[in-house]
Design a protein around this ligand. Structure first.
Ligand code: ADP
Ligand code: MG
Length: 277
């Protein structure tokens, strides 16, 4: 088993501290199809506010599809269909009349391959989402927000003297942190991350893991990872996805990260987290 380091708790608790921020996300009986092919079968998962949920499991079992359904990206794929409900703090993300842009503003996404706007300055990358969502603010407020978001992403000290340089001039790990800063600038309630460190070196990976734990104080995080050590280090709970022999993906088991790593109830979970898959 990978070394398990208990993740720091959320910023608040019943014993005081600031209130939990972020929103709860509740996926209920999610099924998904690409054309005739069913790839997810009635997957239910509650993702509590201000916690980090890791989605683990072999390639092709529907983790990315599930993540994209959470912020309504799946419906943009031609031929894709879905059933089920996604509730954001109890409100149906798919309710008729609810705008797509609203879901996107509240539920941000960071991808495997860093995708800053390469020719755009570092500064403008951070504020890009604000322009897209039509939020207006004064120049000084915008400066403060850029510093705040780059600080949260662990990038401020490295780029404070070069904010006008293009985002594409940064290293891969820095670009990914810039994408995180861009995502948090629109103050999402949930941040979805699809293998955010798979393209990065170990040092950059650790920096991003630290950032994830910091961000969990203010935003709910759902992260797909193939790295079991990473799941153990950053998450509060894990869901183990599996698609056996051409059947659609489903969640075999989910629970607190500590329990999933130390006393899984399903032998397939034990085999997977123990690297025997
Ligand atoms: P994971 O992220 O766990 O590797 P995915 O969600 O990417 O799994 O894929 C689940 C299944 O759906 C796979 O069999 C994959 O081939 C299929 N799939 C994913 N995206 C598409 C698509 N755009 N069109 C058709 N099939 C797809
Ligand atoms: Mg994937």
């Amino acid at each position: 088993l990978p070394p398990y380091a208990p993740a720091p708790g959320p910023s608040s608790g019943p014993d005081g501290g600031s209130a939990v921020q972020g929103a709860s996300l509740d996926a209920r009986r999610i099924s998904a199809w690409f054309g005739d092919r069913k790839v997810l079968d009635r997957v239910s998962l509650a993702m509590p506010a201000g916690r980090v949920t890791a989605l683990i499991g072999p390639s092709g079992c529907g983790k990315s599809t599930f993540l994209r359904i959470l912020n309504r990206m799946h419906e943009l794929v031609p031929g894709a269909a879905l059933a089920g409900e996604v509730l954001l703090d109890g409100e149906d993300v798919y309710a008729p009349g609810r705008r797509l842009t609203e879901a996107r503003r509240q539920i941000g996404m960071v991808f495997q391959k860093p995708n800053p706007f390469p020719a755009m300055s570092i500064y403008d990358n951070v504020t890009a989402g604000l322009r897209l969502t039509g939020l207006r603010m004064s120049a000084s407020d915008r400066d403060a927000l850029v510093e705040e978001c780059l600080t949260k992403a662990g990038l401020w000290r490295e780029v404070r003297d070069r904010l006008r340089q293009p985002g594409g001039a940064l290293s891969g790990g820095q670009q990914q942190r810039l994408c995180i800063a861009r995502s948090v600038a629109i103050r999402p309630k949930v941040l979805l991350m699809d293998e955010p460190c798979s393209a990065l070196d170990p040092t950059s990976t650790r920096r991003i893991e630290e950032t994830i734990r910091e961000l969990a104080h203010e935003v709910t995080i759902v992260i797909v990872t193939h790295n079991m050590q990473q799941a153990a280090r950053v998450s509060d709970q894990c869901a183990f996805f599996l698609a056996e022999q051409g059947t659609p993906g489903l969640i075999v088991e989910h629970g607190s990260t500590e329990r999933m790593f130390h006393s899984p109830t399903d032998t397939r979970t034990a085999d997977y987290v123990g690297g025997r898959f």
